[in-house]
Design a protein around this ligand. Sequence first.
Ligand code: SF4
Ligand code: SF4
Length: 103
Amino acid sequence: MQAFYGFKDGSGDWFVIIDTDKCDGCGKCVAVCPANVLEVDNNEYDPLSEEIVAKVREAERKKVRYSCAGCHPGYGEGTPPCVVACEAGAISHSEGWKLMYGR
Ligand code: SF4
Ligand code: SF4
């Protein structure tokens, strides 16, 4: 499933999205994140499962727009490090940053 972490406001939608079916919990996205936004932990959307997946840390979910902004100037030209690191293609970002930076 697609797990959305972030928020929506009048300026756009600001979500880091983890495809929990693709994510294998390798932690490579966590290692490259310059703002300590991510962690790997139990899949909270499937509490009966014991799988470990990437997620946005609880403390970051209301400010992910700002925490991730440093990776997004040039989004579309320069892909955020977490997306580059994820060989499984499990992590993506909503349209807010793309619209804000015009690409
Ligand atoms: S966009 Fe940057 S700050 Fe945001 S989760 Fe990815 S690597 Fe971390
Ligand atoms: S790099 Fe991809 S597969 Fe690995 S923990 Fe992060 S989102 Fe999951």
